[in-house]
Design a binder for this molecule. Structure first.
Ligand code: 2BA
Length: 109
């Protein structure tokens, strides 16, 4: 058994939850915050048998999009940089960041 921890953008969370429901994938949705952007994102915890991991990874990959986002340079860095450094910098956020963890036990009481 495995535990998947999938961090995705809020914009994709409803569509992904619907895909999970259609595919009978059980998941718990958490509201989380990215450490870098300090913006909200969504984390799914998904417990599943080993032979379903690839299918669920595929589902996540197909449903979650990567999107460009603009960040402004932190003030502390701007001081040491030239005038152009205060312009927003483009970064790519998600698709999805997925951890696959081995799971020793699964109990429901
Ligand atoms: P955030 O930490 O808010 O990061 C958002 C995006 O900012 C990242 O997208 C990446 O493009 C950029 N970024 C993050 N840290 C950076 C850094 N030190 N320098 C330059 N750019 C940086 P993603 O890589 O797609 O990550 C999306 C979200 O997934 C992250 O939101 C975080 O919540 C989570 N995440 C990503 N990698 C992780 C990891 N190794 N461990 C735990 N969570 C992770």
């Amino acid at each position: 058994m495995k535990l998947l921890i999938a961090i995705i953008q809020d914009k994709d969370s409803q569509a992904l939850q619907q895909e999970f429901n259609k595919a009978n994938v059980r998941a718990t949705k958490l509201s989380t915050t990215g450490g870098f952007l300090k913006a909200g994102n969504t984390t799914f915890m998904i417990g599943l048998d080993d032979d379903r991991v690839d299918d669920v990874l595929h589902l996540i990959k197909e449903t979650c999009q990567s999107r460009p986002q603009f960040v402004t340079t932190p003030m502390s860095l701007e001081i040491a940089m030239d005038a152009h450094s205060s312009e927003p910098v483009e970064i790519q956020v998600g698709g999805a960041t997925v951890f696959v963890l081995p799971t020793d036990g699964f109990h429901q009481f």
